[in-house]
Design a protein around this ligand. Structure first.
Ligand SMILES: Cc1cc2nc3c(=O)[nH]c(=O)nc-3n(C[C@H](O)[C@H](O)[C@H](O)COP(=O)(O)OP(=O)(O)OC[C@H]3O[C@@H](n4cnc5c(N)ncnc54)[C@H](O)[C@@H]3O)c2cc1C
Length: 403
């Protein structure tokens, strides 16, 4: 009799595992939603940033980077791209190595996975939320309410806790815990920052390309260059979200609105502008957006935008220069799980093999965002989910001699 393989979760990792498993087994995806791949559709703003050509342990954060390296292997990107090419998905490499489907639609990524799985005869059980898995003498027993199912091999692909409306609310951790696995504290990551809003709220919706540092006391914890977007609660945008996983108590951010220019040059430009413009709000013209200039004036000098430019002292211009080159905002947390793209923390990699098999329970595999490994923005998280799925599937294929 064919071995029964149960994949819990029809997200990125679950679907990819189903597609990569060889023929000759009885594969079922158990998905709590009424369809698979709900989160995939919202990735990359509907375009799905499939992977990044720079995928390496450097962009993946985990307590066990050696294991990340072992799991990735030597050429994870070409493995992933070949996998998708074989499914018929053409891709394009864009800015900073981000790989997207050529047709620009996340739905195409989901479709090729679904078609391949259907073609292989994979069974789909929808609205089946696995709440309990027990080891039996010769396999596993899965439970969802009054329903049950049996399997010889189980692949956990339940995701983490980010974007719970798509189905990943952390329930998968309970399944792993019941087998004795531990969970490194899951926290929302790639998520917007809450800050002192007196500066950000009036600028709601405005996007700027900046350099931004996360600082605690005098220490720079990390820094990013890229886009931020002001909001009524604080700051979002990729550059700000990248900082979120590094937050500590008492952090602040320092925003440089003119990364390519030094303070002396900005001060010189302001001094020239004072001679030219009538109102204070205009002297930052050509350096920052007008509304940003108005907010900087208010925040830094507490003066009205229409204050005559000639009234600004040398000291005022120095203060404005400092604000343009290093505006400081206190950070007091992040938005919550609904707004997070990923989970940092999860099941420690030390508890699985590099084939994604649990070291505690034979024939139990754990993949994707459930694990304590989170990537930067740019295709690294899906990259991780796909590669985990391929590793698990390859190992099972070998074990069962599937082709
Ligand atoms: C808005 C947004 C945009 C993103 N954009 C990108 C991007 O462009 N590039 C990138 O690399 N990453 C992106 N990510 C991150 C990426 O989507 C995730 O890291 C990735 O989907 C994780 O894959 P996974 O299979 O581990 O989990 P998920 O994709 O979350 O899949 C888990 C699945 O398991 C199901 N499930 C959970 N528990 C159970 C259960 N007990 N029983 C049955 N089913 C269950 C869920 O319903 C879900 O379908 C984005 C995330 C979000 C929220």
């Amino acid at each position: 009799m064919n071995k029964r393989i149960a994949i819990i979760g029809g997200g990125a990792a679950g679907l990819a595992a189903a597609c990569a498993l060889g023929k000759g087994s009885d594969i079922t995806i158990y998905e709590r939603n009424d369809r698979v791949g709900k989160k995939l559709l919202s990735t990359g703003n509907g375009r799905c940033n499939i992977v990044n050509t720079n995928l390496s342990p450097k962009q993946l954060h985990s307590k066990n980077n050696e294991m990340v390296s072992e799991i990735l292997g030597t050429s994870p990107v070409s493995e992933i791209m070949t996998f998708f090419e074989n499914l018929g998905l053409l891709m394009r490499i864009e800015y900073e190595g981000r790989v997207y489907p050529l047709c620009n639609q996340a739905s195409a990524v989901l479709d090729v996975l679904r078609y391949e799985a259907c073609e292989k005869g994979v069974n789909f059980r929808y609205n089946f939320c696995v709440t309990d898995i027990k080891k039996t003498t010769d396999g596993f027993m899965l439970k969802s309410g009054n329903e049950s199912a049996i399997a010889d091999i189980v692949i956990l692909a339940c995701g983490g806790m980010a974007a719970p409306k798509t189905g990943s609310d952390g329930i998968g951790y309970n399944l792993a815990k019941a087998f004795g696995h531990s969970i490194n504290n899951p926290l929302p990551a790639l998520v917007a920052l809450k800050s002192d809003t007196s500066f950000t709220a009036p600028l709601k919706g405005i996007r700027c390309k900046v350099a931004v540092k996360l600082v605690a006391g005098k220490d720079v914890i990390t820094s990013e260059s890229g886009e931020i977007q002001f909001a009524d609660y604080g700051i979002s945008g990729i550059a700000a979200m990248q900082l979120s996983r590094h937050l500590a108590k008492g952090c602040r951010i320092i925003i440089d609105f003119a990364e390519l220019y030094n303070e002396d040059y900005i001060l010189y430009r302001l001094k020239e502008a004072v001679k030219k413009y009538r109102e204070a709000q205009d002297i930052m013209t050509g350096i920052v957006q007008k509304r940003v200039a108005q907010s900087i004036l208010k925040h830094t000098l507490a003066i009205a935008p229409s204050t005559p430019a000639g009234k600004l002292s040398e000291q005022d211009l120095n203060k404005l220069t400092k604000a343009i080159k290093g505006l400081e905002l206190d950070i007091n947390g992040t938005l919550k799980w609904d707004n997070a793209q990923i989970t940092s923390g999860g099941i420690p990699l030390s508890e699985i093999t590099s084939s994604m098999e649990s070291k505690l329970v034979k024939n139990l595999y754990i993949t994707g965002e459930m694990l304590d490994c989170d990537g930067e923005c740019g295709g690294y998280n899906l990259g991780w989910a796909w590669i985990c799925a391929l590793r698990a599937a390859n190992s099972i294929n070998k074990e069962l001699s599937l082709c």
